[in-house]
Design a protein around this ligand. Structure first.
Ligand SMILES: [Zn+2]
Length: 309
């Protein structure tokens, strides 16, 4: 991606020196990462009614009950440390070595701001930029404590994307997803959840998950995650139109989507797959929806909520 020299977002909060790695084991991996979604989701409210209306029919098939724990399950399947230590424990205190990576993230974030502002505007809506918090090791968000081991995530309660950039190394070395644009996809996926939040899709999702069986909630989660992948694809579509993608960029994003598919990860981490536990989608699904958004650039092609996925 030809990102150097382009605008960098002001919406980066660098908490790397604060978050530190110190707090120790207690809070990683598991349920804590199930982000309690507080009150204020919503926002842009209405919009993308198209999608919502379609959603509605599907929604009613389910019964509500528990969960407040909605939000984004992160980019990766959450849960008990399948995603092991990614060296998030190192406290790099501001990490000058990462400065270039920070600039890259800030640039990608700016590109998402421009793209989504345009898409919202075209529908008569106003896009509100999310913040992106860089942290190291663990972080407290409006969604509770989270460990870097759980991967990047979006918290609807404070409208922030949380990213420990050591994840990028993990993506490269542990998951076999290298390339700048694999990283851009990670950011764009989380921003996709922000779009879901602004459009009310995410609060619907959290409502619906209440009282569902775990298996049903997982299935619903897969649909939400695949939509975030599709939205990342939509972003990539417009980014390509700017002429700043390089050869191999899309392929590296698609490869990332493949490498972090539930089935691929489970096979790698535990040697077998448990389809009922899938909550982000298989490799094939993730690639398919990312590619779909990329191909057309249309939100209407990102309706993962009804029909087969
Ligand atoms: Zn996600």
């Amino acid at each position: 991606m030809l990102w150097r020299g382009r605008r960098q977002s002001d919406n980066i909060e660098d908490d790397r020196s604060d978050s530190g790695g110190g707090l120790g084991g207690g809070m990683g991996g598991g349920g804590q990462f199930r982000l309690p979604v507080g009150g204020r989701t919503g926002g842009g409210g209405s919009i993308i009614l198209v999608i919502l209306v379609v959603l509605a029919g599907w929604y009613f098939g389910f019964d509500p009950s528990q969960i407040l724990g909605g939000g984004d399950g992160g980019l990766l399947p959450g849960g008990g440390g399948q995603i092991t230590d990614n060296s998030g424990s190192q406290d790099n205190g501001g990490a000058p070595a990462n400065d270039e990576m920070k600039q890259f993230v800030a640039t990608v974030l700016a590109e998402t701001e421009d793209t989504w502002t345009g898409i919202f505007k075209a529908q008569g809506l106003t896009y509100e930029d999310p913040k992106l918090v860089l942290f190291s090791g663990q972080i407290r968000s409006a969604c509770g404590f989270a460990s870097a081991a759980a991967g990047p995530f979006y918290c609807p309660g404070d409208r922030k994307v949380y990213l420990d950039m050591t994840f990028f190394q993990q993506l490269d070395q542990q998951f076999g997803a290298s390339g700048e644009f694999a990283r851009a996809y990670v950011v764009a996926h989380e921003v996709g959840h922000h779009v879901q939040n602004l459009t009310g899709i995410m609060s619907k999702f959290n409502q619906m998950r209440q009282g569902m069986s775990e298996a049903d909630a997982n299935q619903l989660s897969v649909r939400i995650e695949l939509q975030a992948d599709c939205f990342a694809g939509v972003w990539a579509h417009y980014t390509a139109q700017k002429g700043i993608l390089e050869q191999g960029d899309i392929e590296s994003a698609l490869n990332a989507a493949k490498q972090i598919g539930d089935d691929t990860l489970q096979k790698k981490m535990q040697g077998y797959v448990v389809p009922e536990s899938f909550n982000h989608g298989t490799s094939q699904q993730r690639q398919t929806w990312l590619a779909r958004g990329y191909k057309s650039g249309k939100l209407s092609d990102c309706n993962t909520m009804s029909g087969p996925i």
